[in-house]
Write a protein that binds this ligand. Structure first.
Ligand SMILES: NC(=O)c1ccc[n+]([C@@H]2O[C@H](COP(=O)([O-])OP(=O)(O)OC[C@H]3O[C@@H](n4cnc5c(N)ncnc54)[C@H](O)[C@@H]3O)[C@@H](O)[C@H]2O)c1
Length: 269
């Protein structure tokens, strides 16, 4: 992408690295020269990440198995990271679960959403970020430098528009789980908390909140969503990399505790 940002010599940890955006963050960080330590629940590299890694033949990437809801696995991953590449200075808290309409046939009326569905979303998306910060972020604070980037969402600030899903055949009609936006609003609150806690120790903490990112959505959804966005389109992966590198690098040296919405202006109207 022709960036001038140089992260050579820095160790970046990316959670949820095997997912769609995990590959995007990895591509950007490797391209800027960072060593990337990816964390996920499995160690099977999917084609998307494989293809990303092949674009960086000199890549310094390792994949560690850990679950962001299990602190002991995160501690083991940190130990491995310290023993091989050293103290991380960039942490991208990206692991998350969502329930897009195309991944599951399940749909519920609001009052019937199973408690375990809500709990698991909050567990991974909110408490998982807290636990990862307790392990990796605290190590960065001990090291006296770093940038933590918590991946939030537009839906931490805005309610999902149910009309975007009206065309789907599910009965009852598909609704986004409310726990998703709750978890992402919680992430933005945690960002502010940690920005204050670690401000004196050289660690900055910010939220990067994407809007709708082009993926496997159906054409009707894409059309309705794009009409709702001032820039009239959904985000491409490459729309996200500049904001990530800005927050990861010294370009944002006086930016902490904030939420950078990368949403094409969705919240403006
Ligand atoms: N794709 C979008 O349109 C979009 C928009 C806004 C925000 N986001 C956020 O971006 C992040 C990444 O989204 P994505 O689209 O790449 O999702 P994805 O489902 O493709 O990938 C998520 C990854 O997180 C991993 N993961 C889940 N639970 C985990 C756990 N307990 N421990 C470790 N890893 C775990 C999964 O294995 C997966 O590899 C999420 O936090 C999501 O909420 C995505």
């Amino acid at each position: 992408m022709g960036t001038q940002i140089d992260l050579t010599g820095k160790v970046a940890v990316v959670t949820g690295v095997l997912g769609r955006l995990g590959a995007v963050w990895t591509d950007a960080l490797l391209g800027a020269g960072a060593d990337v330590v990816g964390i996920d629940r499995s160690v099977t590299v999917p084609p998307l990440l494989e293809e990303t890694l092949s674009r960086h033949p000199e890549h310094r990437f390792q994949l560690l198995k850990a679950d962001v809801t299990e602190t002991d696995t995160l501690r083991a991953a940190l130990d491995s990271c310290l023993a091989t590449v050293g103290t991380p200075e960039i942490l991208v808290n990206n692991a998350g679960i969502d329930q897009p309409p195309n991944t599951s046939g399940d749909s519920w009326r609001f009052g019937d959403i199973p408690a375990e569905v809500s709990a698991s979303i909050l567990d991974v998306n909110a408490l998982g970020v807290l636990k990862t910060c307790q392990v990796f972020g605290a190590e960065m604070a001990r090291g006296g430098a770093g940038s933590v980037i918590n991946i939030g969402s537009l839906y931490g600030s805005m309610a999902p528009d149910p009309r975007l899903y009206e065309h789907l055949p599910q009965d009852p009609p598909f609704i986004k789980p409310p726990a998703y936006g709750m978890s992402k609003a919680g992430v933005a609150a945690l960002t502010r908390y940690l920005a204050v806690l670690w401000g004196g120790q050289g660690v900055r903490v910010n939220t990067l909140s994407p809007g709708g990112v082009l993926g496997g959505q159906d054409a009707a959804f894409r059309g309705k969503f794009s009409d709702r966005v001032p820039l009239r389109r959904m985000a491409e992966a490459t729309d996200l990399t500049g904001p990530l590198l800005f927050l990861a690098s010294d370009l944002s040296s006086y930016v902490t505790g904030t939420e950078l919405l990368v949403d094409g202006g969705y919240v403006c109207w």
